[in-house]
Design a protein around this ligand. Structure first.
Ligand code: C2E
Ligand code: MG
Ligand code: MG
Length: 737
């Protein structure tokens, strides 16, 4: 603005007035509120903002009646009535009222009015007007918001509380109710009143701190206390709020979860209990399961054992007859299909009875086990060796090209038995007799094949034992004879078919008859004279040997007395006693009866028992032997050397004589071992002051050998076969008299 320099005072005054006018004009033009001057109820002038507020083009309001600004004539009149007195007194009229724009729309206006000249109110009024619609709206919504928030606070079902630096600023009624505080009494307390102890409060603070300081939402469950000290489980949701006052302000939303906790705990407990039960039950089931498994296992084992037992021999563990039959029928089917041969070998141990008697039962069992092992060890995989019982073994060779192959195997088996068996530190010589039957030639079914192998085995025995024989039809004839014999034996005694033969015993030095051995014979109606080897074993098994043996005793006593009465020299007769006979408790009485019944002197009776019998049940044996000896009956040990005699017992027992077994005598001239054994037995007898008889003397040479070795007596075919009583009388007794 360019200011002209004043020239006169008036001019200066006029210039100052112009200047003021300009300034007022500028103020009016730029004011942010509407300003208008009125006089006589008309608008004299207004600034652009006033026109703008009322929606009039600027300038058009000038000269308009004041009523155009009001919503109605009444409203205008009312304002006039209220404002008039105030203005006329020079006061400021202030109101908020609804006003009207040119287009008829209304708005809320705040009005300040004052007389321009309080001394002369007719000079007009200045009206300052502001459109406060927006502000009013804002205020209303703010108020509503506050009301709403208070409603929320008052009615919330959760507790809401504000703290500032640990002091409760305010809270809602629910919060107080929850913690048992009277309405309006919580504010001002420290928040620590909710905690049981300072430590508890510190613990809570430590748990809450991280979330609150990092402006995160805290969500924490805690056991707090009420005013009355009872505890309450709460879930606290909290957030720090910045109120720009430099304090840590926090809003807390707290929920009473006591019930939920109780439910949860109950649930937990129920769950724990359930888990415990489940664990217990599981353990029980596990145990039951284990027990079941054990039981099944045991049952399985028992079944396996049963199956094994059903199919195997308990003593040797070898397959038994059942399994043998199974294998044999399978092997036969295969052989039939493959058009090859198979062999069944029937094996019986020679003189097993004697060996068994001498070793005792347990020793016999051990020997059978060793034999089983030796048999199995000699065979190839695929061959079957089974035990039928006793000393009977059967071997199946399932795949043969020729029958000769079976012969080779049998030969190998015989060889396998050559080394002695060591049983209880004693060397035992056991030999096998083997019968062989070939499929399909010797039988097409199990029964025929085994029967024929059995027959062949008997033949091997007849052929001097310790060898093998192939089956031939001829053997069947013999076997059936044997069978018939066995079934006839029962009635033999009643039918008077038994008779006693006598074999002379010769004093080697004098070459004089010195006694007889009584040897049983069976005069079979069809088979003729049968030797005891064919029926004594059966008689033993069936215990028929008891009545038969007693009959022999009586018969021998009767005969001897008859010979003596006839004037022949008084000689002892030896009677064989089998183990079963010797085991009879009333043996001594039977003998006494036989002696008394016949009137024969006890010294005329000699009893032959085998080594086995002697060694068995030593105490009873000793007792029986002592009583027999006391009677005056002679005692002789038969087949001496085959079994095993303890020298100690020999010394203790009242024995009179040893009979050297004929198997040693047989080879005496050719086998240095046998010669040595015979010499040793004679030496032993001498040193024990016992008589000694050599059995089975068949040749001059044999006789010469035993004579030279110092043997007292001899018996054998060289002198005579066993002969009938009549022949004995004619050929021997008569010569003595
Ligand atoms: P043992 O008591 O050893 O009888 C001797 C056997 O040898 C008799 O056979 C006899 O005939 C036979 N013998 C005799 N001298 C010779 C010989 O020079 N060469 C050959 N090779 N053999 C000869 P036997 O009569 O067949 O009797 C066999 C066995 O039967 C007897 O053997 C005996 O243990 C038993 N025995 C015989 N009679 C009876 C009896 O009445 N009761 C009992 N329990 N057993 C009897
Ligand atoms: Mg004898
Ligand atoms: Mg003998």
């Amino acid at each position: 603005m360019i200011e002209d320099l004043p020239t006169t005072r008036t001019e200066q005054t006029a210039q100052r007035q112009r200047q003021a006018l300009l300034e007022y004009h500028a103020i009016l033009e730029n004011a942010w509120v509407g300003i208008a001057f009125s006089r006589d109820r008309k608008i004299l002038r207004c600034n652009p903002r006033f026109s703008e507020i009322f929606g009039w083009p600027h300038g058009e309001l000038t000269g308009q009646a004041g009523s155009v600004l009001y919503t109605s004539a009444e409203a205008y009149a009312e304002i006039g009535q209220i404002a008039g007195p105030i203005l006329s007194l020079g006061g400021v009229f202030e109101t908020e009222t609804e006003m009207r724009r040119k287009d008829g729309s209304t708005f809320l206006a705040q009005i300040h009015a004052k007389a321009i000249n309080t001394a002369d109110t007719s000079a007009g009024t200045i009206w300052i007007c502001e459109d406060i619609t927006k502000r009013k709206n804002n205020e209303a919504s703010m108020r509503r918001l506050l009301l709403e928030q208070r409603a929320i606070l008052e009615n919330a079902s959760v507790g809401i509380l504000f703290t500032s630096d640990g002091v409760i600023m305010h809270c809602n009624p629910r919060m107080e109710e929850m913690f048992n505080w009277e309405p309006g009494t919580l504010a001002g307390h420290r928040a620590s009143i909710f905690f049981t102890s300072a430590e508890d409060y510190a613990g809570f603070g430590a748990a809450a701190q991280p979330a609150l300081t990092s402006n995160q939402l805290l969500d924490l469950e805690w056991s707090n206390i009420r005013k009355d000290g009872t505890s309450i489980w709460c879930r606290h949701l909290a957030k720090s709020i910045d109120l720009d006052d430099g304090k840590l302000s926090t809003v807390w939303i707290t929920e009473d979860i006591t019930e939920r906790k109780a439910t949860e705990e109950a649930l937990h407990r129920a769950h724990d209990e359930l888990e415990l039960r489940v664990r217990e039950r599981t353990a029980e089931l596990d145990e039951l399961n284990q027990r079941l498994r054990d039981e099944i296992g045991e049952r399985q084992q028992a079944e396996d054992r049963m199956r094994h037992m059903a199919n195997h021999d308990a003593l040797t563990g070898l397959p038994n007859r059942r399994l043998l039959n199974d294998r044999l029928s399978q092997a036969m089917a295969l052989a039939h299909r493959g058009k090859h041969k198979l062999a069944v070998l029937f094996i019986d141990l020679d003189r097993f009875k004697t060996i068994n008697d001498s070793l005792g039962h347990a020793g016999g069992d051990l020997l059978l086990q060793e034999v089983a092992a030796r048999l199995a060890g000699t065979l190839r995989e695929g061959d079957t060796v089974a035990r039928l019982g006793g000393d009977e073994f059967v071997i199946v060779l399932p795949d043969l090209d020729t029958a000769d192959d079976a012969g080779h195997v049998a030969h190998k088996l015989v060889e396998a038995f050559a080394p002695p068996f060591l049983i209880k530190d004693v060397e035992i010589h056991a030999t096998p007799s083997i019968g062989i039957a070939i499929y399909p030639n010797d039988g097409k079914d199990i029964a025929t094949l085994t029967r024929n192998a059995d027959a062949a085995m008997y033949h091997a025995k007849d052929m001097g034992r310790n060898n093998h024989q192939f089956f031939s039809e001829q053997m069947n004839v013999m076997a059936s004879k044997r069978f018939a014999l066995e079934s006839n034996l029962h009635g033999a005694l009643e039918r008077n078919e038994l008779l006693v033969y006598y074999q002379p015993q010769i004093n080697i030095e004098t070459r004089q008859l010195c006694g007889f051995e009584a040897l049983l014979r069976w005069q079979h109606p069809e088979q003729g004279l049968v030797a005891p080897g064919h029926f004594i074993p059966l008689a033993e098994e069936t215990h028929l040997i008891i009545p038969i043996g007693e009959w022999v005793l009586h018969e021998v006593c009767r005969q001897n007395v008859a010979w003596q009465r006839a004037g022949y020299p008084v000689l002892p007769i030896a009677v064989n006693l089998s183990p079963t006979q010797f085991r009879q408790r009333d043996l001594v009485e039977i003998i006494e009866r036989a002696l008394a019944g016949s009137g024969m002197a006890a010294s005329c009776l000699k009893l032959e028992i085998t080594e086995g019998t002697l060694m068995e049940m030593t105490e009873l044996t000793l007792d029986t032997l002592s009583r027999l000896s006391a009677l005056g009956v002679g005692l002789s040990i038969d087949d001496f050397g085959v079994g095993y005699s303890s020298l100690n017992y020999l010394k203790r027992f009242p024995v009179d004589q040893l009979k050297i077994d004929q198997s040693f005598v047989r080879e005496i001239a050719t086998d240095p071992d046998d010669a040595a054994i015979v010499t040793a037995i004679i030496g032993l007898a001498k040193s024990l002051k016992l008589g000694v008889v050599a059995e089975g003397i068949e040749t001059e040479q044999q006789l010469a050998f035993v004579a030279q070795a110092g043997c007292h007596e001899a018996q054998g075919f060289f002198f005579s076969q066993p002969i009938s009583a009549t022949d004995a009388e004619l050929r021997f007794l008569k010569l003595c008299s």
